[in-house]
Design a binder for this molecule. Structure first.
Ligand code: ZN
Length: 207
């Protein structure tokens, strides 16, 4: 089967296969905190890219893609001016993200470079606006629940998990749970379609 044909059998919005489409279960989290996700253009159409899924649940979000010839993006054009932005990146001098720190220093908008260690450090080096943003990092937490794609990120988390935990601190636990539930549904359905685990995700949308 051609890759074109495979692509056509996927939902154009969530990129899951039609029978696994998540769109009816994607929450509508209209938040004051803007998510700016920066990824390589090749990642945008990868169904197992979870950053894109997070952006679908967050109407106040934008995906900027690197590697598009003749269409360089300017991060500063996407940073609202009503509050400062922080970069989720584990630099040596990254500030530990805690509710206490956010209460005194925030609120913020959030920029997330999406990629592995090498890609995100390159993005930061090459983007003069990104390079000036203060970096924040997540406190230690539970390990990833991602069993679909091997992750090579610093924290070992899928992008949507890192975003969920960050929004949990910036916006509260209900937002974190909504994003984590969406992610869990994606994992369950994908694994079920591969014949791994039970098929609960295919039968039920309420669990
Ligand atoms: Zn869909």
């Amino acid at each position: 089967m051609s890759s074109r044909k495979k692509y056509e059998q996927r939902c154009r919005r969530c990129l899951m296969r039609q029978e696994l489409c998540l769109c009816a279960q994607i929450p509508d989290l209209n938040l004051a905190t803007k998510l700016i996700l920066v990824m390589n253009k090749r990642e945008i159409k990868v169904p197992t890219n979870t950053g894109r899924l997070a952006a679908l649940a967050l109407p106040n979000s934008v995906i900027l893609s690197r590697g598009v010839e003749d269409a360089p993006y300017d991060l500063s054009e996407h940073l609202p001016t009503d509050r400062p932005a922080v970069l989720l990146y584990p630099a040596d001098d990254a500030i530990l993200l805690t509710p206490e720190w956010v209460a005194t220093a925030g609120p913020f908008h959030l920029v997330v470079p999406d990629g592995n260690w090498r890609q995100t450090s390159k993005m930061r080096r090459r983007d003069p606006v990104m390079a000036t943003l203060p970096c924040v990092r997540l406190p230690p937490g539970p390990p990833t629940a991602y069993r679909v794609r091997r992750e090579t990120k610093a924290e070992g988390l899928a992008t949507i998990e890192a975003i969920a935990r960050t929004f949990g601190i910036l916006e509260g636990p209900a937002v974190q749970k909504a994003l984590e539930d969406l992610f869990q549904l994606m994992v369950t359905r994908t694994l079920a379609s591969r014949g791994i685990g039970d098929s609960a995700g295919l039968r039920s949308t309420s669990g």
